[in-house]
Design a binder for this molecule. Structure first.
Ligand SMILES: [Zn+2]
Ligand SMILES: [Zn+2]
Length: 333
């Protein structure tokens, strides 16, 4: 099969022909139709995240069709449309798994990091961690829901019932969360890079009540802020925009150092927290809510061979919405 392979961090992905992966016990083999490109893929490629499997196929927002079932794998019929997300495997027995927090599993393995992912024509996955997908939207528009959407949704849940939510950084994740938050009746404030008037207009189209520069801050205090941009300086900025009792949720897997800040902006029971990974429950919930909103994803599609260009566009921040690799035509409906 064709695959884009990371041989060494800090180097571009290489187009390669590799052997088709075989499904092991409890696994399915999937023909990859589309695979979203996430900022995390960029962090792995650039070396911000350490010790990935090498060589590695990146990609953890896989929409595909089951083409083969390994021994004992019975969950999906051949041809079923499934999603393969970041959480690829957990031990099911550690103290986190036993308490509904499999996202923190001590032995978790991640797709496109510890396990080969979807920047390829086929992939294998543990069937228990695959998501059953609704028929709409189609593969290319579905793919960004599988990480940008899922992590964003988990971050939004971490905002509690906060009515005024600030979104710092308006990329793939924020453009989905904005729609879900507005649908829930929250007031959304989008904070973009200074001068990004296009991004601000995009946010207003998707339900943000207000959009403006992150440096200037929101026009009124927030109950919650989600930081999607990997910029540590946004943490004190967002904290300073919160009313007492508010929370800053850091949604990214990697962020530059957070500068020192005066205690008084944390005082008043304000909180700073991160969200890490996802649980299968997050996936099921978001995929149930998405058609109700309905969530509309804005994507820029690239052929598999142009995966490096897709990563570059995320690095440059020039994308509107999400980048997706369009790898094959869907054969099932
Ligand atoms: Zn565990
Ligand atoms: Zn991701």
């Amino acid at each position: 099969m064709r695959a884009m392979v990371l041989r060494e961090q800090g180097r571009p992905l290489e187009a390669a022909r590799v052997t088709d992966p075989e499904p092991g016990r409890g696994q399915v083999a999937v023909r990859v139709v589309a695979c979203g490109v996430c900022r995390t893929d960029l962090h792995v490629a650039d070396g911000d995240l350490h010790e990935p499997k090498l060589p590695l196929v990146l990609g953890h927002q896989i929409v595909g069709e089951v083409v083969e079932a390994g021994e004992g794998a019975e969950r999906f019929a051949l041809g079923a449309r499934v999603g393969i997300p970041w959480l690829g495997w957990t031990d099911g027995e550690c103290r986190y798994c036993r308490t509904g927090r499999e996202n923190l599993c001590e032995r978790a393995r991640f797709t496109g990091y510890d396990i080969d992912g979807g920047f390829a024509e086929s992939a294998v996955a543990d069937e228990r961690f695959c998501l059953s997908l609704p028929p709409d939207p189609g593969p290319v528009h579905m793919a960004p829901l599988l990480c940008a959407g899922l992590i964003g949704y988990r971050a939004l849940r971490a905002c509690g019932d906060g009515a005024r939510v600030g979104l710092y950084g308006f990329g793939a994740s924020a453009h989905i969360v904005c729609q879900v938050a507005a649908h829930q009746g929250r007031r959304v404030f989008a904070l973009t890079r200074p001068g990004d008037v296009e991004g601000q207009a995009f946010a207003r189209e998707l339900g943000a009540e207000w959009a403006g520069d992150s440096e200037a801050g929101p026009p009124e205090p927030l109950d919650a802020a989600i930081i999607f941009a990997p910029v540590g300086a946004l943490v004190p900025a967002a904290l300073g925009a919160l009313d007492p009792g508010g929370v800053v949720v850091c949604a990214g897997i990697h962020m530059s150092d957070i500068p020192a800040f005066p205690y008084e902006i944390l005082w008043g029971e304000r909180q700073i927290r991160s969200v890490a990974n996802l649980t299968r429950r997050d996936g099921e919930e978001l995929l149930a809510i998405a058609p109700e909103v309905p969530v509309r994803t804005e994507v820029t599609a690239y052929p598999l061979e142009r995966a490096n260009d897709a990563l570059g566009a995320i690095r440059d921040g020039t994308l509107r919405g999400a980048a997706v690799l369009e790898i094959a035509d869907a054969t099932s409906s």
